[in-house]
Design a protein around this ligand. Structure first.
Ligand code: SAM
Length: 325
């Protein structure tokens, strides 16, 4: 069975946000202030198990745990194990800031985790500290090196490029893909943090501009063939061990290829990152047959997935932290 929306897209990828908490406060992601504990009603391991079973029954086969910071959630290994044990799920991954990876990697791997994406927006410690509002880049780099040692290939690094903040770092970030088998993906800054619109416009840097800066330093990049449904266009610095990718969500929206649905940590399904549309499915988790009720909810929400989202700066009901990137 396949989950097909009204625009003919086959929905296969799930992003499951398991907590609104994060131990970083990245400027592009959320305003200051942080939840100290998960509010009542936050998804449990049992909820995740039911949800993934329902989604997999409909053909959704790739799961990424996110947040907030997923590694602050004690139950993450149980959730990974539940995902890995769901018939039909072929890919279980986590997106993390890496701070807790060394401490928790063994239990995550034992649970079945094989793929990790790290957010790394700067190599320079000062730039990194400003961008994350206090983070230590050495700690993240240590996690990335550990992932390489553990051969969790492909190890992907996500960098959101923001003018006047970390755009001076793009060459150093690209260099990481030359020296190591790392896959650095430059993501266009989306207006998902309710920053003032004029400030956002000033700070926006297109993927084309980021690429120009990288080619200025390394020469022409060589294209690496990728799955056309992937949001990233991928290239290689000639002779590099890894790749550089560009996710140009704003300047070249890829809505026609979008295969994603998101479950927020407070049990809402979001059919599109770039609209405020979301559907409260908490009652389905309480039904006598939650898997069946969630399947119905997924079919309903798939039917509401908009053809495209809006990349214009606008005040959002939720910032990225609460959605799960
Ligand atoms: N805490 C984890 C982390 O740091 O990777 C997972 C959550 S974070 C919201 C997931 C991803 O969303 C990160 O890779 C981050 O770069 C991306 N992201 C957050 N805000 C964004 C924005 N305004 N524009 C583009 N990407 C954004």
């Amino acid at each position: 069975m396949k989950l097909i929306d009204n625009h003919g897209r086959v929905l296969r990828d799930l992003r499951v946000s398991i907590t609104p908490r994060c131990n970083y406060h990245c400027v592009y992601c959320h305003p200051l202030g942080m939840e100290m504990s998960d509010p009542p009603g936050t998804v449990t391991t049992g909820d995740v198990r039911h949800f993934l079973r329902a989604a997999a029954n409909l053909g959704m086969d790739a799961v990424r745990f996110t947040g907030g910071e997923p590694l602050v959630r004690r139950e993450l290994p149980e959730m990974i194990a539940a995902a890995a044990a769901t018939p039909g799920v072929r890919d279980v991954a986590v997106t993390t800031n890496g701070t807790l990876f060394r401490r928790r990697h063994r239990e995550l791997l034992d649970a079945g985790l094989r793929r990790v994406n790290f957010s790394l927006d700067a190599v320079d410690p000062g730039v990194f500290r400003r961008l994350t509002r206090g983070g230590e880049v050495a700690q993240v780099w240590d996690a990335i090196e550990l992932a390489l040692e553990l051969e969790l290939h492909p190890v992907k690094l996500n960098a959101v490029v923001i003018g006047g903040v970390n755009d001076g770092e793009v060459v150093r970030l690209a260099q990481l893909s030359v020296d190591r088998p790392l896959h650095v993906r430059f993501i266009e800054y989306m207006h998902l943090n309710n920053a003032p619109a004029d400030e956002y416009r000033r700070q926006f840097v297109s993927g084309a501009e980021t690429r120009r800066r990288i080619e200025e330093r390394f020469g022409a990049l060589a294209e690496v063939p990728t799955d056309p449904s992937s949001p990233a266009r991928v290239w290689k610095v000639p002779g590099g061990l890894g790749t550089v990718g560009f996710i140009n969500s704003v300047s070249e929206p890829f809505c026609s290829n979008c295969t994603r649905l998101r479950l927020t940590s407070d049990k809402k399904i979001r059919p599109c990152l770039l609209t405020d549309l979301e559907f409260d499915v908490a009652p389905a988790f309480e039904a006598d047959d939650p898997v069946r009720a969630l399947q119905e909810a997924l079919l309903f929400v798939a039917g509401k997935k908009p053809r495209q989202g809006s990349t214009l700066p606008t005040m959002r009901e939720r910032v990225m932290l609460g959605i799960g990137g």
